[in-house]
Design a protein around this ligand. Structure first.
Ligand code: FE
Length: 332
């Protein structure tokens, strides 16, 4: 009897920390439903906490959060690209969090120095080339794609996309504005055709012979490879003797006006944990931010590379300078 009572007390004390948490978290997510729902379902199964969410594009979600102000039902914002995370933090919709768990699970260069957002998955923006017309030894750096030897051979996605704004922002951070502008002007001079609306179209143009090399996020390459395993495209890691490959994150923060801030923080901590990271990154063929977790097999097959260690926050800080620079350089 005493035995049973002890067991009951032990069980009750285990439940206490959970009972203190709210049983619901509301998430606004710019990450697609099929990439987050399996994680949320598992979290609910393990904790009993319900995760309600809406998904939309990054811009409209941020506008909605701002418009709702204190009345927002959102406890957490998940969005993609450090540029968007930086904007959310700048606009005051995210709370500052100090969490030893998040600080241990997310490397310092993949989170806001003030703790308002944390990277959840890492993507590399790298070079994809035609294996029919380019030898990998001809490739070296992002800067080199401005060289006249690539005249009429380069394809790019539009400069309107935050991914390219972040890439150019990090060129500014590393090389200064003048040098960065020379490079972007060189890219524009080398374009084979007008910029594309997305990364996949740019790669299809390379495969189809319109151009020989482009710059894309790794997971789009993974998706294309899954659909067309024989596609004549290769992946190349640039800047291995200098700055490393440009990386970016999807990430999240707890909202300033969260109704369930502790529950939101607990979910955020779980999403960065070893238990969740393999799936969070793997579902989109991205890299886990948590260094203890290995990427999935498809991603590992692309090989290891040296990544840029610049804090991704710089991409946000220099984003408007990058947009102005690309405009001056005629990059549409
Ligand atoms: Fe994307």
């Amino acid at each position: 009897m005493l035995h049973l009572l002890k067991a009951a007390v032990a069980a009750w004390s285990l439940l206490l920390p959970l009972a203190a948490l709210s049983s619901e978290v509301v998430v606004y997510s710019a990450r697609n439903e099929q990439l987050i729902k399996p994680l949320f379902d598992r979290y609910t199964e393990q904790t009993g906490v319900t995760v309600r969410y809406i998904t939309d594009k990054a811009g409209p979600l941020l506008q909605r959060l701002e418009a709702e102000g204190r009345r927002t039902p959102a406890d957490m914002l998940i969005t993609v690209d450090a540029g968007n995370l930086w904007h959310a933090a700048e606009n005051g919709v995210l709370a500052e969090i100090s969490s030893p768990i998040l600080e241990a699970n997310v490397p310092a260069n993949l989170r806001d120095p003030q703790g308002r957002w944390f990277g959840l998955s890492e993507r590399a923006r790298t070079l994809i080339y035609s294996t029919e017309r380019v030898r990998p030894q001809e490739l070296s750096t992002y800067e080199d794609l401005a060289d006249p030897k690539w005249r009429g051979r380069l394809c790019l996605r539009t400069s309107k996309k935050v991914y390219n704004q972040s890439l150019v922002a990090t060129l500014i951070a590393r090389l200064g504005e003048e040098r960065a502008e020379q490079i972007v002007r060189g890219w524009v001079d080398n374009l084979a055709v007008a910029p594309f609306s997305n990364d996949t179209k740019a790669m299809q143009a390379v495969a189809g012979g319109q151009c020989d090399v482009t710059i894309v996020n790794t997971y789009y390459f993974g998706r294309l490879q899954k659909q067309q395993p024989d596609i004549k495209l290769g992946i190349f890691w640039p800047n291995q003797d200098s700055s490393g490959v440009h990386i970016n994150v999807s990430g999240a923060g707890v909202t300033r006006h969260a109704k369930n801030p502790e529950a939101a923080q607990a979910l955020l901590e779980w999403l960065t944990s070893e238990a969740a990271q393999a799936d969070f990154a793997g579902l989109n063929m991205e890299y886990p931010v948590n260094p203890k977790v290995t990427p999935d097999a498809t991603v590992r097959a692309w090989g290891e590379f040296k990544a840029d260690t610049l804090n991704v926050n710089e991409a946000g800080r220099l984003q408007s300078a990058a947009i102005r620079l690309m405009d001056r350089a005629g990059y549409r």
